[in-house]
Design a binder for this molecule. Structure first.
Ligand SMILES: NC(=O)c1ccc[n+]([C@@H]2O[C@H](COP(=O)([O-])OP(=O)(O)OC[C@H]3O[C@@H](n4cnc5c(N)ncnc54)[C@H](O)[C@@H]3O)[C@@H](O)[C@H]2O)c1
Ligand SMILES: O=P(O)(O)OC[C@H](O)CO
Length: 342
């Protein structure tokens, strides 16, 4: 019997995931909310707004009927922007039974509650099993079978291995990891640093600057992650440094592209409109900044990006603030524990 999967969210990632799963021979439903978008997809055979140039197989059952999209689905994939996952799941929960497995692929941290998606799912669907799938994976490349590697994270080994099996293809390699917190934080917080990398590019700075942002960026992500219960090793893996690299360097990245525009002096709202798709890092910056205060963790890059996005600070000032802050030991935490000391 064919595996039955439901994907919620007809943006670029939901569409690419649906195609990948259909090509594995599964029975795939794709839910999107917009009837006009659905008609356009039916007429043109592609999702021109979110994933242009990629033919959508007719066998994917695309629908605006949430109930229908979830009916008898063994796995339900959430692929909507992270700030709306709660609303979408609240609407969906009456159609989801406790046997169905929830796999989240959205990358972000809810504003104000500061919850990760796994925690939101736990609140709304406490009896359902959950896994997070994350890593360096631009939809535009996955949809073209560009070799890609990601991580399936679950507290339960069997579930992580099951999800690995569900998604793995010769072009899409899936590793397992028990560290749900680290995988979720890595995927979410890299978007903040990618905005910074984009701003740096937009200002006309060079590769040195970007390498510094990426390196110091993963250090501050890992510092917060450690305090929140993540495993430091996760941040050296695909969902950590891997996703940070791809998002800070690729022109597919909506976060980086928005950052470039902001660095060039475009207003934030206009930059987001020009990108035309979700720029997760904007809202995640607010959550990340609040988490750094809550856990009392220094996150200087995140703080400066927060100042630029939410307090109207001048980007060049932020660069000077970062360059001229107090002098530091590179391995500050380790030095405090008397490792890496002279
Ligand atoms: N695009 C990628 O390459 C990629 C890769 C990995 C992870 N992600 C993550 O996946 C998530 C989705 O990203 P995307 O790239 O598909 O975004 P997108 O901007 O391409 O599409 C978002 C989709 O969500 C829909 N949507 C928005 N609000 C909704 C609501 N309330 N109910 C139902 N649908 C709603 C939009 O109509 C749109 O179809 C994000 O968290 C992103 O970080 C994206
Ligand atoms: O386009 P972005 O910046 O949202 O990044 C997409 C994916 O998260 C890359 O792994």
């Amino acid at each position: 019997m064919k595996r039955k999967i439901g994907v919620i969210g007809g943006g670029s990632w939901g569409t690419a995931i649906a195609i990948l799963l259909l090509n594995k021979g599964y029975d795939v439903n794709l839910y999107l909310r917009d009837e006009k978008q659905l008609e356009k997809i039916r007429d043109s055979g592609e999702n021109a707004k979110y994933l242009p140039g990629i033919p959508i197989p007719e066998d994917i059952m695309i629908t605006t009927d949430l109930e229908k999209s979830l009916y008898e689905r063994e796995v339900v994939v959430t692929s909507v922007p992270s700030q709306v996952v709660r609303n979408v799941l609240n609407s969906a929960k009456k159609y989801i039974n406790k046997e169905q497995i929830i796999v989240n692929v959205a990358k972000g941290i809810e504003n104000h509650s500061l919850l990760r998606i796994s925690q939101i799912v736990e609140e709304i669907l406490p009896n359902n099993k959950f896994a997070a799938l994350s890593g360096p994976s631009h939809a535009e490349e996955v949809a073209r079978n560009v070799p890609t590697a990601v991580v399936a994270a679950s507290k339960e080994k069997n579930l992580a291995e099951y999800i690995q099996d569900v998604f793995m293809t010769p072009y899409f390699r899936v590793y397992t990891n028990p560290d749900v917190i680290g995988v979720e934080l890595g995927g979410s917080l890299k978007n903040v640093i990618a905005l910074g990398a984009g701003i740096s590019d937009g200002l006309g700075y060079g590769d040195n600057t970007k390498a510094a942002l990426m390196t110091r960026g993963i250090i501050e992500i890992s510092r917060l992650g450690g305090k929140m219960g993540a495993n430091h090793g996760t941040f050296s893996g695909l969902a950590g440094i891997g996703d940070l690299i791809v998002t800070c360097t690729s022109m597919h990245s909506r976060n980086r592209r928005a950052g470039i525009l902001i660095g060039q002096g475009v207003k934030i709202e206009d930059a987001v409109k020009r990108v035309g798709m979700i720029v997760e890092g904007i809202k995640t910056t607010e959550s990340a900044y609040e988490l750094s205060l809550k856990y009392n963790v220094p996150m200087p890059i995140t703080k400066e990006i927060y100042e630029v996005l939410y307090r109207g600070s001048d980007v060049k000032n932020s660069v000077y603030n970062l360059m001229l802050r107090d002098k530091k030991h590179e391995m500050e935490e380790a030095a405090q524990e008397n490792k890496y000391n002279w």
